[in-house]
Design a protein around this ligand. Sequence first.
Ligand SMILES: C[S@@+](CC[C@H](N)C(=O)[O-])C[C@H]1O[C@@H](n2cnc3c(N)ncnc32)[C@H](O)[C@@H]1O
Length: 265
Amino acid sequence: MSTKGSSETIEDGSDVLIVLDTRKRWLSKVTSGKQFHCHKGFFDFDQIIGQPYGSKVRTNKSIDLTIYKPIPSDFLQHIPHSSQIIYTKDAGLILLNGGIHPGSLVIEAGTGSGALTSILAKYVGSEGHVYTYDNREEAYNTSKKNLERLGLESQVTIKLKDVSEGFDEEKVDAVVLDLGDPCEIIPHAYAALKLGGVLTVFMPTYNQVERVYIKLQEYSFGDIEALELILRGIQLKRNAIRPNTRMIGHTGFLIFARKLLGENE
Ligand SMILES: C[S@@+](CC[C@H](N)C(=O)[O-])C[C@H]1O[C@@H](n2cnc3c(N)ncnc32)[C@H](O)[C@@H]1O
């Protein structure tokens, strides 16, 4: 998602991931004439301009930091947000099971901070498009800023609209819902999808899973599948390779379903 394309050399204006260790990592934009500061000191961005990604730089406190080219999960973890953003594990499955591919037309609601929007936009590429809806002005402004920062604004149309009024697009390849009450939006998702198109619903509770499942059956969706992804990190320490003591126990459930020809079409 770097605005600097596929260059392998750090340039003025490049996005970089600056890493001290597995916990202390910062996403920053290289700016000639300015400095990067952290609790381990500072360095001049000019010290890394022209260097290859993977280089190390020493701070004024003699601490080495490594400079990486950011990958999508780095952007997702560092994106400024005011609402809960999608986790990388769930975003990955949404792409693969949600029928989303380069060139897809995708509707998303709600936008939130634009974290999932950025992943969808990156994946559909310049041949596809993401129409994302949120009814909060703050979400509109934050996501707009985040998408511009990532250079993805041309692949996304952000709409400040309550989706209980319906979607403006028709015959899209995929609809992704991550909002408070997905059930009432299912008829609108059905109307917007092309036949065979995939609806993905992300929701935090079993109660919602049941309500969504019942509604999907009323609205001629088939191949309905409900999943929860549980991710366990592994401690990487010589002679002590084992699962981490702490983990995120729950993020949400995912339902995938495909639009069938039915009475509602
Ligand atoms: C959990 S956030 C979405 C986070 C997003 N997936 C991300 O990764 O940043 C849910 C969003 O849905 C929006 N929302 C809730 N109900 C809505 C509705 N009826 N129409 C449009 N947006 C809605 C909220 O304003 C909120 O920003």
